[in-house]
Design a protein around this ligand. Structure first.
Ligand SMILES: Nc1ncnc2c1ncn2[C@@H]1O[C@H](COP(=O)(O)OP(=O)(O)OP(=O)(O)O)[C@@H](O)[C@H]1O
Ligand SMILES: [Mg+2]
Length: 479
């Protein structure tokens, strides 16, 4: 559970915050002055601070400076009312995560809080590389000893301490975010801000102002100057996640940032120099995006100078046992239970499955299987059940025949590795088809045979063949 400290002298406001944030599942501490807030920071482990600008005694900016000195990676959101925005902007330039204007819109504020906590997590929870699984339960770790993963560790080691732009590529769930954090944490900028921008999560129209900021009057509603994330990350690192989805119109501004190390705020003429290191990640095929005119070639060449490729999990299947062990010990510790272990057959199944959702899928499967299977070692059955429930649903129509077929086939592929798969899939399908036809005709075999385009004896023999499975749905033939 994340703990948030509110520093504000307004009792009523502290109470409302307390109620709201507790309801949202956060643990809340509060302080009525900068001095007592700093006291709390010295004593408790916090994940974030919400700080009012106008405070009695030590003012907001002074308090921010002091917090930043004690805990440079603790995200701070500044609350400001009309008339004190300049101070808030000042604090943001000095490294405050963001500022919110009073009176605030609660859903917007909750979003900023979530983002700030996420940024804190990025900076503060260390990522180890390839440690023995039993030692890692408290830390996050990049697990894997396969030769492609060795190459990844070497690449991280080589680039981390340079200021080079790094592009991390690989399919969804391969660990790009973990690698980005490892690069940051091993870099010379590890004590400076790390800001994450997810280019997909922010609507196109907002992304530009979020990244580059704006001047007062730049557009309707721009009542104050706003410092963008890039400027906020000055001296630090910015992680552009899903860069393959960055709107084309913004890509030239990004290119300029990389080449000239400067930006312009929206509606501004001033050239602002910024010193940021860029780490970008994508699961998109950028080469295709260039061909289709969705990604700038010049930006691509700038980004790809140092590329770290994360191979899909099926290409490093040798790491599956180690990852399994790691997730087993991590999730059982998190759930406060003993590690139940896993049967050899289940291990074999995990090793042979193709893992289209990569490490994320393996992690989810182990986590869910542990919930279903309190105590006993994980069996193949636990695993296949979770895998088939987990499979992403293709298309939007739940009753889509193709989708159901895909699921049946996937389950067969998982469970019947050594059996005659073609026949068993066809049997499965025929069985459902006949069962449904009989239900539809109320058990009338002649009508069902006609509907299916089969002779009655053929239908009869198939019913015999699948008898066990049809017991419940086949009634006596009343024809
Ligand atoms: N080598 C690894 N060792 C341990 N955990 C891993 C490893 N790779 C990935 N994970 C875990 O798998 C999950 C997915 O990883 P991550 O978020 O880094 O994927 P991603 O490549 O950024 O995916 P996407 O493209 O969908 O954003 C995370 O919970 C991460 O901790
Ligand atoms: Mg990611």
């Amino acid at each position: 559970m994340s703990t948030i400290l509110i520093i504000d002298d307004d009792d009523q406001l502290r109470k409302s915050f307390h109620k709201l944030l507790t309801e949202e599942g956060y643990s809340v501490e509060s302080a009525a002055s900068g001095e007592s807030g700093l006291d709390v920071i010295g004593k408790k482990i916090l994940d974030m601070v919400i700080l009012d600008v106008r405070l009695p005694g030590m003012n907001g900016l002074e308090t921010f400076r002091a917090i930043h000195e004690i805990e440079p990676k603790l995200p701070v959101i500044i609350m400001t009312a009309y008339g004190t925005t300049e101070t808030a902007i000042e604090a943001t330039k000095m490294g405050a995560f963001d500022y919110i204007l009073k009176p605030f819109d609660i859903p917007d504020m909750l979003i900023v809080i979530k983002q700030a906590l996420e940024a804190g997590r990025f900076m503060r929870s260390p990522v180890d590389m390839d440690v023995t699984p039993d030692k890692t339960t408290s830390h996050e770790a990049i697990i894997g000893r396969s030769s492609p993963m060795q190459d990844v560790y070497k690449a991280i080691g080589r680039v981390a301490s340079t200021d080079a732009t790094v592009l991390i590529r690989g399919d969804s769930g391969t660990g790009k975010e973990l690698v980005a954090r490892a690069v940051y944490q091993h870099s010379l900028r590890a004590n400076n801000p790390f800001l994450v921008i997810n280019c997909v999560a922010i609507p196109d129209t907002l992304l530009e102002s979020e990244l580059f900021g704006y001047e007062k009057g730049a557009f309707t509603g721009a009542a104050h100057r706003r410092v963008g994330k890039i400027e906020q990350a000055h001296g630090g690192t910015i992680f552009l996640d899903e860069i393959g989805d960055m709107p084309f119109s913004l890509q030239s501004k990004m290119l300029r940032l990389i080449q000239e190390k400067s930006i312009e705020r929206l509606g501004g003429r001033e050239n602002i120099s910024v010193d940021v290191r860029i780490i970008a990640a994508t699961n998109r095929n950028l080469e295709d995006a260039i061909t289709n005119g969705r990604f700038r070639e010049d930006l691509y060449y700038r980004l790809k100078v140092v590329t770290i490729w994360l191979p899909p999990l099926c290409r490093r299947a040798g790491d599956i046992p180690l990852l399994t062990e790691y997730f087993l010990s991590r999730y059982s510790a998190e759930g406060g239970m003993d590690n139940p272990g896993i049967t050899d057959k289940a291990k074999k199944l995990l090793a042979e499955y193709s893992w289209p959702g990569n490490v994320r899928e393996l992690s989810n499967v182990i986590q869910k299987a542990l919930i279903f299977n309190r105590g006993a070692p994980l069996s193949p059955n636990d695993i296949t059940q979770v895998i088939s429930e987990n499979r992403p649903r293709e298309g939007t129509d739940e009753n889509n025949l193709d989708q159901i077929l895909h699921q049946i086939i996937q389950r067969e592929l998982i469970t019947n590795l050594r059996k005659n798969m073609f026949e068993s899939c066809m049997d499965h399908f025929a069985c459902i088809l006949i069962s449904e036809s009989l239900k539809f005709t109320g058990g009338n075999r002649s009508r069902a045979a006609k509907l299916l385009g089969l002779s009655r004896p053929t239908l009869h023999s198939k019913i015999e063949k699948y008898r066990l499975k049809l017991e419940t749905s086949v009634k006596e033939d009343r024809s």
